[in-house]
Structures are given as structure tokens and as C-alpha cells.
Design a protein around this ligand. Structure first.
Ligand code: AFP
Length: 322
């Protein structure tokens, strides 16, 4: 079976970018070990601190963030990092060519229940003529990413990654410590009968989104004429991986719970990397108004509505919204 680095080389990925990916993979192996040890490693439970998102940090959020931050900033190819758990950008080597944005542990509410959790990452090239280590460096459209991926810490530890030449899935062979190719050039089914959304927010959605979801629930008795099933992992990595594996549509729409914060998911280190992965697997990834990879970021931690997955189903949903 091919390993990660032979696939990256066959995709002509530059050596210094391979080194950055290798650093992320090394950190994720450490995180995977700690996740598997759970209570035995003393990594469960919450800290007394809140992050810039206003969320109470779990111990594993802090540990995962520190691992990725330390290893990436020690890599001379990395000019700066941005993290869900960091208030602002952390500068690295001024001569570095790459920027890395990441959610060190996505699905934190699943940590203490032994649920699916993961790491999401996104890599850009440094922009010339913009201050080293500035937030401006990270305000690049998702279409500018040179690499995106997630690690899923589930029954097996998976790495799903794209450098723009298809989306590939690797499984960690824990006997040797290598990620081996287990699904190359993933193709997401264009149609689906499975949707993922947090239904408890239904009363806060706009009418068009409610109408779309109502028709999914009506199934063969309603406008869509076919039955739909529902899943909700409460961890984007788990829901997106199910979509990668058997199709589906994942939605976190805007809602009116908090007028100052209508969307929940973060653009830089959740929506953009997942959008690049989904599009490279033949799927579609949009906000409620446009292609996610075309969005021009204005703030480091900005949030965006997310509708992604099987291309035809995403188009159907957008038809209700427009
Ligand atoms: P946490 O990392 O705080 O658990 O949030 C996970 C997440 O950002 C994303 O991974 C999930 O899809 C979504 O939030 C779950 O949100 P709800 O808890 O509102 O369902």
C-alpha cells in the first residue's frame, strides 16, 4: 500500500510543503495517542479558561493546540500560524513560505463522551509585500489554499488530505506509525438521501431553510418524493467524513439565536479546508449566498454558514434559499 509521502511526491507536491504536512502529521499522531489514552492520560475535562470564541477550553483543546503550535513554529518553512484557540496570528520564521491555519481539536463537546473528534488544517503560501506574521496574511480566499486536510480520531485514525489534485484518505497503521493510502481520489455521490443538521435550532432558521428541511422530513410524501435519513455527529470532521464516504449534505445555516453572531462555523479553519476537500472530491461547498472558496475573509475568526456535500443536493438546497 502507498504511504502518504509517496502519494504527495506522485502529486508533485513541493518538498518544503511536504515537510509542513509531515509536521502536522507528527503532531496529529501525538494527539491521536492522547485521545486513545483518554482518562488514563488525564486529558479529559475542561480548563477554567475561555478562548477567543467565548468557549470554555477543554484540556485536549489546549494540549492539541500547543503541540501543533510548537511543532509548526519549529519548522523553518512556516512563516505563521493561526488557530481557533489563539487570539491572533503567531509569527514563525520570517523566511518561511507557508501559513497554517487550524482547529486543533474539532468537536470538543465530544471529547468526554468518547465521540468522534479531529483536527482540521489549511495551508496557504505567504503573500509578498504584506507584513510578516500579520492577520492580513491570512485574509486569503479559500481558493488560494495549497493544501487542506483533517485527521479523524475515530475507531481508526484517518488523514483526509488534498493539495488540489484530488482528495485522498489515509489510515494510520499504528504497528508501523505510517499513514497508508486506503481511498485514493474520493468521489462523492452527486445525489443523497441523508442530511446532517442540528435540528434543535430549527425555530431560529430563516423560513427558506426551514422549508428545505421540512421537505426533507416529508420525504416521499412531499415535494422531494424520496425518503431522507438524518445524522448529526456534533463534530464537523465526523459529519464531513460520512459525506466523503457515502455522500450526504451537511448544513450549519445561519440562525437568529444571536444577532451579533448569525453563523457558528469558522471560515479560515473549518469551512475553507472542508470546502477544498469536498470540491476536490466532486462535491459542492457553499455559504447561503456563494461558493465558500470565493469568500474574501475580513476577520481572522470570522464565521460563515456552511452547506456542503453531494453536489446535486447542495444545489437543491440553494434553490430553496434563493
Ligand atoms: P466544538 O468544537 O465546540 O464541539 O464545536 C464543533 C463545531 O464547531 C463543529 O465541529 C460541529 O459541526 C458544530 O460545532 C456542532 O455545533 P452544535 O454543538 O451547535 O451542534
Amino acid at each position: 500500500m502507498k504511504n502518504l509521502f509517496s502519494v504527495l511526491r506522485s502529486d508533485d507536491v513541493a518538498d518544503d510543503l511536504v515537510r509542513v504536512i509531515e509536521t502536522i502529521v507528527d503532531a496529529s499522531k501525538e494527539i491521536a495517542f492522547l485521545v486513545r489514552q483518554g482518562a488514563l492520560a488525564g486529558v479529559l475535562g475542561s480548563t477554567q479558561d475561555e478562548n477567543i470564541q467565548g468557549e470554555t477550553q477543554k484540556q485536549l483543546d489546549v494540549i492539541s493546540n500547543q503541540l501543533l503550535k510548537d511543532l509548526l513554529l519549529a519548522n523553518s518553512a512556516v512563516a505563521a500560524i493561526a488557530s481557533e484557540e489563539e487570539d491572533t496570528v503567531v509569527a514563525g520564521n520570517a523566511a518561511g513560505k507557508y501559513l497554517v491555519a487550524f482547529d486543533p481539536l474539532d468537536g470538543s463537546s465530544n471529547i468526554d463522551i468518547n465521540g468522534q473528534i479531529g483536527t482540521i488544517f489549511s495551508i496557504y503560501r505567504v503573500l509578498d509585500g504584506i507584513a510578516h506574521g500579520s492577520e492580513e496574511q491570512f485574509k486569503q480566499k479559500g481558493a488560494q489554499q495549497v493544501c487542506a486536510g483533517y485527521e479523524l480520531y475515530g475507531p481508526s485514525t484517518l488523514l483526509v488530505i488534498t493539495t488540489g489534485k484530488g482528495t485522498h484518505c489515509f489510515t494510520l497503521d499504528s504497528t508501523q506509525g505510517n499513514f497508508l493510502l486506503t481511498a485514493g481520489h474520493i468521489r462523492i455521490a452527486q445525489d443523497t438521501q441523508e442530511f446532517a443538521i442540528n435540528m434543535s435550532n430549527a425555530r431560529f432558521w430563516n423560513d427558506n431553510m426551514r422549508s428545505y428541511i421540512d421537505d426533507l422530513i416529508l420525504g416521499e410524501t412531499g415535494a422531494r418524493g424520496k425518503r431522507y435519513n438524518m445524522r448529526w455527529n456534533a463534530a464537523m470532521v465526523g459529519d464531513v467524513h460520512r459525506v466523503m464516504t457515502r455522500g450526504g449534505i451537511f448544513l450549519y445555516p445561519s440562525d437568529n439565536r444571536n444577532a451579533k453572531q448569525p453563523a457558528k462555523l469558522r471560515l479560515l479553519y473549518e469551512a475553507n479546508p472542508m470546502a477544498m476537500l469536498i470540491e476536490n472530491a466532486g462535491g459542492k461547498a457553499c455559504s447561503e449566498t456563494q461558493r465558500i472558496l470565493d469568500i474574501q475573509p475580513t476577520q481572522l475568526h470570522e464565521r460563515v454558514a456552511v452547506i456542503l456535500g453531494s453536489a446535486n443536493e447542495v444545489s437543491e438546497c440553494l434553490g430553496y434559499l434563493q
